[in-house]
Structures are given as structure tokens and as C-alpha cells.
Ligand binder design. Structure first.
Ligand code: FAD
Ligand code: SF4
Length: 493
């Protein structure tokens, strides 16, 4: 007889700040597992022979292997196992939509209790960092080739890390004064603390990646100059899709109207939420309207709420069609954000000082499915009404910024202005690869990282003749159906 504890059935919940408390601060909402919680959760994993969870991960983290190490209490070893394929585990553990990736593929998903892979990933990465256990991989001899990476977002950082580990001299050119891309300027502190992003970027710098900040490629240097007089053998473009879209309704020029991109950049990157300690102006609305239904809208709404506003999210479709993660919608509602669903803005109203005073909207109902497969919202006649607002944040999406692409002859674009690239990131221009949001439209952190990885392998094959692994569906075991690379798409709102 053994007195071993029976395996727990349900997921170990993760403690988090109380909604009322967290609505007034910028500290992280979930508090993370303790070592005991992590072990208990890891012990639920049955170590499947054919681990379908790995299929759901765009960078193929060895999930059962790292979970086994967690169950044995070997936390630092578990992080190193993850880092074999993912250099940013503390970030991915926090912001990846695991519920539609690895956790959706877990054998326990159908029973409604998949292993909490993301929470475990976050726990081990935090444990390694907080206990000063970070180890750097031994790098091979330099191979004499140089690669330039444009953009220090997740796609560029991943390509840089992988190429550095393959012996390349890697330089990242980043337009902002801080690296991280959306991780730094878009996702708020209460979801992803910036010191964590800084430390994960520092891991790459310690490995040898060179970072050149305040370098706007297309303005301060062109791609052709990088490949020509600057002597780079290849360039990877990972500049994201940060150009805000506008609604095209009257009133968008009033004071107190922001794109989510500008609002979040001011708050996150330029620390407006710490005013006056940081000298960044930002309108603090009493009544705030955020238009949109994605993660960006949730981040903008929850930021405005923490800055003292009564916040309403105005979305033209129904709740089930909101593209944001369920967890984010749930957190926003718990904190006091109001959802105005099936509501569409038609005009921003202003006062005598040309500042926002309200939002004229109409009610919508759902009709037949449109090209995105979702029911088309149709305006209900005579349903105009006004929502009082002194701050308006437009979060209906973002597109490709033409600054770099316009200055790069020979680079083919699609009809939305995104770069045409194959699944390995190869573009129409010799020596140039691209990946992440600038190819797919706004997707996810892990998909951008997957694109950076693929491009690194392809660059290595091209420059050094080392064949990349066959990741086609045919090369997988018969009983393992993996996701194909992300499809090119126009972001929906
Ligand atoms: P980015 O992260 O956009 O990075 C591009 C970098 O390139 C930036 O640093 C930019 O300054 C730099 N750059 C641009 N032009 C130039 C130039 N000409 N020269 C030099 N540098 C340049 N995804 C998730 O998985 N989970 C989430 O919870 C989530 N939340 C999000 C919240 C917000 C507010 C936003 C905006 C996005 C969110 N996403 C989320 C999406 C995710 O962040 C992106 O898909 C991902 O960051 C794309 O990575 P990337 O490397 O392609 O580009
Ligand atoms: Fe563990 Fe689920 Fe992966 Fe199986 S599918 S190895 S149970 S995480």
C-alpha cells in the first residue's frame, strides 16, 4: 500500500488581487502560484506519449518535459527546458492565449480542466529570475555572418536570440527608446510588469545581441543601406502593425480623443500613470468611452478605470463575438467596466472648448454572417442616443505603417499594406525576411515569436547551408494533428 496523495482533478486556482483593490492600482492582477501550488498542478499532467499540447504551441515548447520537472520540484531546470525553444517564458506565461493554444489541445480540455500550462510557465520563469538562477547558453564560435533585425518586438527579439545562438553577429534596430514592442508600449503594467520585459530582453543582450535604440529604419537608415554599405548578410523585418485606424465619423479631431495606441503608449512607455513623477500629459476622463471589443480595448478601458474614470466599452456586436480573451473581459467587468453591446458610435460630440462632451450612438441588431463569419451588425432605425463622455479612446484596430515598406524597393505588399512573405518569412526581396504582425496583421505574441523562429532557421539555411527541420504536417506522427502556420488576415473589430 502506498499513502501517495490521489492526483487532483480540478485546476489549481491562481490567487489574484481583489477587483475593488486592483481597480485603484497598476500592480499585476494575478499573483502567481506558490511552489506547492505549482507542484500540485504539475502532478495533474499524465505525461501523454503523444503530447497534443505541444501541437498547440507555435514555438513547440517541450510541455510535458518541463511540467515533469515542475512536479519534481526542479523549477530552474524546468525553465531551461522551456528556454530551449522559447526565450521569453515569463512574458508568454502571462499574455499568451493558452486557452486557444496549448491548453485547448490538452487531453483534459474536453473535460473542462486542461493543465494550467501558462500558469506553470509563468511560475518557473519567475522562480528562476527571482532566485538569480538564470544561466546563459554556451554559444558556438562566430560564423562571420551579420544579421540586422528591424524592430525589438517579440518577433524580432526571438529571431535575434535564435540567430545569436547559431553563431551570427546580430544587431537589432529599434525606433523607440526602449525595446519590447507592444510588450513595452501596449500591454499595461497590471497585465505584464515592465521590469519582467526588461529582464527577458536583458537575457538576450547578455547573450551578445546588440541593441541600437532610436533608429527608425526607413528614415535614419534604409534596408538597402543595411544590406549594402553596412555589410549585413540578411535583414529580418519585425516592425509590427501599429498604425491606428480611425472610425471616420465627425468629431475625431476634438481634444480628449485618442487612439488606443497613443493612449497606451503615453501611459505604459512614457509612464503618464505616474504623473507628476513622469512629465507625460494624458487626459484623465471622468466618463470614458472606449470603442472596440478586442484585447486592446480591454487594456485601454482598464487603464482609464485605474486613472479614475467611469468606463464604458462601446461594441457594435454581441458579447460572444468580442475578439478579446474571455479572461480579460471578465477581469474588466469585475473591476467595474460597463459593456455597451450592439451599440455603434456615429458622431463624437464636443463642447465650446472643442473638447469631447459625448458620443452619439445607434443600437444594432445581428443579421446574416459577414465575410468574417460573424453575424453582421445592422443599425436599428431611430435608435440614436447619447452617452456622456469627456474622454474617447478608439480601439478598433491598427494596420501596417508604410514608413519602412515605402522606402524599400522590391518588397511586395498585399492589399492591406502588409509584407508578403512565405511561411518561413522569405519576402520578395533577396536577403530580406519578415514576420509577426507586419506579415499577418495583429495576431499574438507567440505567433510573432514563431515567425521569428521560422525566419531564423530559414536565414541559417540560406547563409550557412544548414537544412531546417521538416515541420510540415506530413512529418508529424500519424496521431498528432498540429496547427498550421498563422494565416494572413486583416484584423477584425
Ligand atoms: P511589435 O510588438 O509591434 O513590435 C514591433 C517593434 O518594431 C516595435 O518596438 C516598434 O517600435 C518597432 N518598429 C516599428 N517600425 C520601426 C522602424 N521603421 N524601425 C525600427 N523599429 C521599428 N498578444 C497576445 O498574445 N496576448 C495579449 O494579451 C495581447 N495583448 C495586446 C494588447 C495590446 C494593447 C496590443 C496592441 C497588442 C496585444 N497583443 C497581444 C498582440 C501582440 O502584442 C502582437 O501580436 C505582437 O506584439 C506582435 O509582435 P511583433 O514583433 O510583430 O511587433
Ligand atoms: Fe500533460 Fe495535457 Fe500535455 Fe497530456 S496534453 S502531456 S496531460 S499538458
Amino acid at each position: 500500500m502506498t499513502d501517495k496523495k490521489p492526483r487532483r482533478k480540478e485546476r489549481v486556482p491562481m490567487p489574484e488581487q481583489e477587483p475593488k483593490v486592483r481597480a485603484t492600482n497598476f500592480e499585476e492582477v494575478p499573483l502567481g502560484y506558490t511552489p506547492e501550488m505549482a507542484i500540485e498542478e504539475a502532478e495533474r499532467c499524465v505525461q501523454c506519449k503523444v503530447p497534443s499540447c505541444v501541437c498547440g504551441c507555435p514555438v513547440n515548447v517541450h510541455i510535458p518535459a518541463f511540467i515533469k520537472l515542475v512536479a519534481e520540484g526542479k523549477f530552474a531546470e524546468a525553465t531551461r527546458k522551456i528556454k530551449e525553444t522559447n526565450a521569453l517564458p515569463a512574458i508568454c506565461g502571462r499574455v499568451c492565449p493558452q486557452e486557444v493554444q496549448c491548453e485547448e489541445q490538452c487531453v483534459f480540455h474536453k473535460m473542462g480542466r486542461p493543465i494550467a500550462i501558462g500558469r506553470l510557465e509563468r511560475f518557473v520563469a519567475d522562480y528562476e529570475r527571482d532566485n538569480d538562477l538564470i544561466e546563459y547558453p554556451t554559444l558556438p564560435e562566430k560564423n562571420g555572418k551579420k544579421v540586422a533585425i528591424v524592430g525589438a518586438g517579440p518577433s524580432g527579439l526571438t529571431a535575434a536570440g535564435d540567430l545569436e545562438q547559431l553563431g551570427y553577429e546580430v544587431t537589432i534596430f529599434e525606433a523607440f527608446h526602449k525595446p519590447g514592442g507592444v510588450l513595452m508600449y501596449g500591454i499595461p503594467e497590471f497585465r505584464l510588469p515592465k521590469d519582467i520585459v526588461e529582464k527577458e530582453v536583458d537575457y538576450l543582450v547578455q547573450m551578445g545581441v546588440e541593441l541600437k535604440l532610436n533608429e527608425i529604419v526607413g528614415k535614419t537608415v534604409t534596408i538597402d543601406e543595411l544590406l549594402g554599405e553596412r555589410g549585413y548578410d540578411a535583414v529580418f523585418i519585425g516592425v509590427g502593425a501599429g498604425l491606428p485606424k480611425f472610425l471616420g465619423i465627425p468629431g475625431e479631431n476634438f481634444g480628449g480623443v485618442y487612439s488606443a495606441n497613443e493612449y497606451l503608449t503615453r501611459s505604459n512607455l512614457m509612464k503618464a500613470y505616474l504623473f507628476p513623477e513622469y512629465d507625460t500629459p494624458l487626459v484623465r476622463g471622468k466618463n470614458v468611452c472606449v470603442v472596440g471589443g478586442g484585447n486592446v480595448a480591454m487594456d485601454a478601458a482598464r487603464t482609464a478605470l485605474r486613472l479614475g474614470g467611469n468606463v464604458s466599452i462601446v461594441y457594435r456586436r454581441a458579447r460572444e463575438q468580442m475578439p478579446a480573451r474571455q479572461e480579460e473581459i471578465h477581469h474588466a467587468e469585475e473591476e467595474g467596466v460597463k459593456l455597451c453591446l450592439l451599440t455603434n458610435p456615429v458622431e463624437i460630440l464636443g463642447d465650446e472648448n472643442n473638447m469631447v462632451s459625448g458620443l452619439k450612438c445607434i443600437k444594432m441588431e445581428l443579421g446574416e454572417p459577414d465575410e468574417s463569419g460573424r453575424s453582421r451588425p445592422i443599425a436599428i432605425p431611430d435608435s440614436e442616443h447619447v452617452i456622456v463622455a469627456d474622454l474617447f479612446i478608439n480601439s478598433i484596430g491598427a494596420g501596417a505603417n508604410p514608413l519602412l515598406t515605402k522606402s524599400t524597393p522590391g518588397l511586395e505588399l498585399n492589399k492591406w499594406g502588409y509584407i508578403e512573405a512565405d511561411e518561413w518569412g522569405k519576402t520578395s526581396k533577396p536577403g530580406v525576411w519578415a514576420g509577426g504582425d507586419i506579415v499577418t496583421g495583429m495576431a499574438t505574441v507567440i505567433e510573432a515569436m514563431g515567425a521569428g523562429k521560422n525566419a531564423a532557421m530559414d536565414i541559417h539555411e540560406k547563409l550557412m547551408g544548414v537544412k531546417k527541420p521538416d515541420t510540415s504536417p506530413e512529418a508529424l506522427p500519424d496521431d498528432m494533428e498540429c496547427q498550421l502556420p498563422p494565416k494572413r488576415k486583416e484584423p477584425t473589430s
